[in-house]
Design a protein around this ligand. Structure first.
Ligand code: GDP
Ligand code: MG
Length: 370
């Protein structure tokens, strides 16, 4: 099992080493300040000081807080917004995304239903927007529940001929819970006999009021089918993005979120990652949730090989030893050893959570509570 030196234990318990050595002797354990005691013994001793000893595995918080310092002192640059398209089934989410990046995703999908999450990037006048293609709102909430809020802006697609439907309402509440601003894309305006006033009224009833009507939400009328209004939609996203003043440090180790992951027969575990902050490079040691690895190859959404990628860039990476989960955070770490330590620490946290025990992160954290 894990061990801790008498000196470290004393420091973490805020007692004098001499006093601790005496206590250990009373328990029949002879040890000097530089010798290790096992965690069973450490726990026993610590319980006398009313602390529960967790292993001295490096805490993720420690690593992330040191990274955070690096982030904060690093130069902040403007970064592209990350957009999730939500809305009721068949209102045109896939069609809009497809039209935006002028690729043929909808046609290739089984039954026209989005089968997996992808992430893509589009560019207008040299400014980028990153999109997550989620099947409804499930992925959005699943990712959030795993601590990965990746989305900066939600485009809520509402079909002009159908209006507000149950999943529209759910999407609104998910976006509101997450504190993410909404842009409404009123889609299918090419259809005959549509009543836009009705759509606007229904949305107002759910707290989403158009700027045209004195509210603070941008509404954009589009037709994914005819390709109209799409420029306006991107403009609206870029405008919202300016209001949000989205920035990130580039010149620090990368951190991001796993958007989708699967096992590929030839390449092994493959993960789509949205980089949130810093730069991810080929060769970087990473930990994704509890899975470790080293980035062997990285490609963008067009399949182009990249050597490095910065904030708000969606990339596909290979090199993880196992398949991580969507919503896992992925972090660049110093090396394989640190990757394993973080992974082990997370596993331990998860086990502690599952067994209902305190998930106190570290002795330091326990101590700060006493
Ligand atoms: P999703 O379930 O929200 O992803 O919706 P899809 O993108 O799969 O679209 C559902 C259906 O609506 C498909 O048959 C599309 O061809 C159709 N559709 C999407 N956008 C438009 C549009 O702007 N106008 C018209 N008339 N049909 C559209
Ligand atoms: Mg779809």
């Amino acid at each position: 099992g894990h061990e801790i030196t008498v000196g470290d234990l004393a420091r973490q318990l805020s007692v004098k080493a001499g006093e601790l050595i005496k206590k250990l002797m009373a328990e029949g354990v002879m040890a000097t300040i530089n010798q290790n005691v096992d965690f069973e013994t450490a726990t026993l001793i610590a319980s006398e000081y009313k602390y529960e000893v967790k292993s001295n595995l490096v805490s993720l918080d420690d690593i992330l807080s040191s990274k955070k310092d690096a982030y904060e002192s690093a130069d902040q640059q403007e970064r592209p917004p990350i957009v999730t398209i939500m809305g009721h089934v068949d209102h045109g989410k896939t069609s809009i995304l497809d039209a935006l990046r002028k690729a043929k995703v909808a046609a290739g999908e089984a039954g026209g239903i989005t089968q997996h999450i992808g992430a893509y990037s589009v560019e207008k006048d040299g400014r980028k927007v990153a999109f997550l293609d989620t099947p409804g709102h499930e992925a959005f909430s699943a990712m959030r529940s795993r601590g990965a809020q990746v989305t900066d802006i939600v485009i809520l697609v509402v079909a002009a001929d159908d209006g507000v439907m149950p999943q529209t309402v759910e999407a609104i509440s998910h976006a509101k819970d997450a504190g993410v601003p909404i842009i409404v894309a009123v889609n299918k305006i090419d259809k005959p006999n549509i009543n836009l006033d009705r759509v606007y009224t229904e949305l107002t009833e759910h707290g989403i009021q158009s700027e045209e009507w004195g509210g603070d939400t941008q509404f954009v009328k589009v037709s994914a089918l005819q390709g109209t209004g799409l420029d306006d939609l991107i403009e609206a996203v870029l405008l919202q993005s300016e209001i949000l003043e989205l920035t990130a440090a580039t010149d620090v180790p990368g951190t991001g979120a796993v958007v989708e992951a699967h096992l590929d027969k030839g390449r092994g575990p493959v993960a789509t990652v949205m980089i949130r902050e810093g730069t991810l490079r080929v060769g970087d040691h990473v930990v994704a949730g509890t899975k470790v690895g080293r980035v062997r190859a990285m490609t963008n959404h067009l399949g182009k090989r990249l050597k490095s990628a910065g904030p708000s860039t969606p990339v596909e990476i290979v090199g993880l030893s196992e398949v991580p989960m969507a919503g896992d955070t992925i972090d660049v770490v110093e090396g394989e050893r640190q990757a394993r330590e973080v992974a082990a620490w997370r596993e331990e946290q998860a086990a502690a959570m599952a067994s209902g025990k305190s998930s106190a992160a570290s002795l330091e954290e326990l101590l700060s509570k006493v």
